[in-house]
Design a protein around this ligand. Structure first.
Ligand code: ADP
Ligand code: ZN
Length: 435
């Protein structure tokens, strides 16, 4: 039997969704114009008035917002309502060094938690489940978002937060957790830690995992599914739009349904800002249709992906986004070649290596250096230098054929690359090309 958290809206016919979007965008633009002077200025500069927005298609007329705008308007410049109506602040983990502070009214929190509840139900969650949330709690949106969603579904919620893997494992086993929520890199680490303690995948009661907040590949998914004996679902979101749950995967595992009744998605050409037709790859732009506290219109996420309206076997009708193929600001340009960490991860897992790796880019004598460190598993580890060197050369060739550029590969001993309890640090760029 198929389960939905809000069946009517999750499976609504396309016309119904458009009708909802038409209605909400008109109200939302007026709300923002009246309450957010920063955005009103942008609209005035572009010569757009709220009356010009009559349907969701008119959204193209509105100006974009970028992370720079958020920085400039920090902290209250994009606030959409009186501060006394807000009940919560969340903030980015600062992966990109620029903090964003987002404000939520109770309405915004409910809407966000409902989106997370949809994700949990899509992963098979019911009120019989025990949900272990080991995303960080606090300013980071991961913990609070999934925690709230789990409550809404009526699951028994274990608010573990991240870290203390020993305790995570103890609670998981003693309290029979059935759904695990954390970053994919931490899920991989938990899988590895369980195996080290002699547990087999079938020894735990987990059936599903909801993993997101950072990029991960299909190969990484299969490896986590195997090590934990579960089905692994992707979940996406960003602090600027609420947090996780903006989109989520269903059992088809072919992209994440965007909660289109709350978030309108566009794909644009990152160079020209032009809206691209469905199926083309570009930068994802979100408009929150009914948030009150932090109602961003046409926010450029920098995430590169593709949208698809292909009919989904799960019955949900909301548009699907592909896994982000990288952030436009994650993309490394090494000796003139565009390289995404996800491509490197895909090659490593395909060649049978662990997802424990780090990419180091530097510049020596005006030339980029490109090194990738990868941990060997205990079974792969060998004392024979010639073995290791041969493996490194093979990997270099595989990388070159994928990337068009060959990094220097370093296979290192098990447990030498630091594990992450939240978002993994995959790239160390020492070139200081940016601020
Ligand atoms: P930041 O990482 O910028 O400090 P956030 O915690 O809000 O702030 O992170 C949002 C970003 O995390 C997204 O823009 C996206 O790049 C990344 N992200 C979130 N979920 C996923 C996912 N499922 N797959 C890939 N990337 C993701
Ligand atoms: Zn689906």
């Amino acid at each position: 039997m198929k389960n939905y958290y809000q069946k009517d809206i999750e499976t609504a016919p396309r016309e119904k969704i458009i009708e909802i979007q038409n209605e909400k965008i008109v109200k939302q633009v007026k709300h923002v114009y009246d309450n957010v002077p920063y955005y009103r200025n942008l609209m005035d500069q572009k010569g757009v008035k709220p009356e010009d927005i009559k349907t969701i298609d008119d959204i193209k007329k509105l100006p974009f917002l970028t992370k720079d705008d958020l920085r400039e308007a920090y902290p209250y410049g994009l606030l959409g309502t009186d501060l006394k109506n807000c009940v919560r602040i969340q903030s980015t983990s600062g992966t990109t060094g620029k903090r964003v502070v987002a404000f939520y009214t109770q309405h915004d929190i409910d809407l966000w938690e409902e989106c997370c509840a949809r994700a949990i139900v899509a992963a098979g969650g019911t009120n019989e489940d025990v949900v272990q949330v080991c995303y960080g709690y606090g300013l980071f949106t991961g913990g609070p978002g999934l925690n709230g969603g789990s409550h809404k579904v009526g699951c028994l919620t274990l608010p573990m937060s991240s870290g203390n893997t020993e305790r995570q494992i103890q609670f998981m086993m003693d309290l029979n957790a059935t759904i695990l929520c954390c970053t994919p890199s931490y899920a991989a680490y938990i899988g590895e830690s369980l195996a080290e303690r002699g547990y087999k995948p079938e020894d735990n009661k987990l059936k599903a995992g909801i993993f997101g907040a950072e990029p991960w590949t299909e190969e990484m998914r299969r490896s986590i599914e195997k090590s934990l004996g579960i089905k692994a679902y992707d979940i996406y979101g960003l602090t600027e739009t609420s947090g996780p749950g903006v989109s989520f995967e269903c059992e088809e595992q072919t992209g994440m349904h965007i909660n289109e009744d709350h978030f309108y998605a566009e794909i644009i050409d990152p160079e020209t800002g032009e809206v691209l037709p469905e199926g083309e790859k570009g930068e994802l732009v979100f408009t929150s249709l009914d948030k009150e506290g932090f109602p961003l219109l046409r926010y450029r996420t920098k995430d590169i992906c593709v949208l698809s309206r292909k009919k989904c076997s799960c019955g949900r009708t909301h548009v699907k986004m592909s896994k982000p193929m990288g952030r436009s600001d994650d993309m490394m340009i090494i000796r003139g070649v565009n390289v995404f960490p996800s491509q490197i991860e895909a090659v490593l897992l395909k060649e049978g290596y662990t997802p424990n790796y780090q990419i180091v880019v530097d510049r020596a004598r005006n030339n980029d250096t490109f090194d990738v460190y990868v941990e060997l598993s205990p079974e792969q580890f060998s004392d024979k230098v010639s073995d290791i060197q041969a493996r490194e050369r093979n990997l270099e060739a595989a990388m070159r054929s994928m990337l068009g550029i060959g990094p220097k590969m370093h296979l290192v001993a098990p447990k030498t690359i630091e594990r992450s309890e939240g978002k993994a640090v995959r790239v160390i760029d020492k070139r200081k090309l940016h601020d």
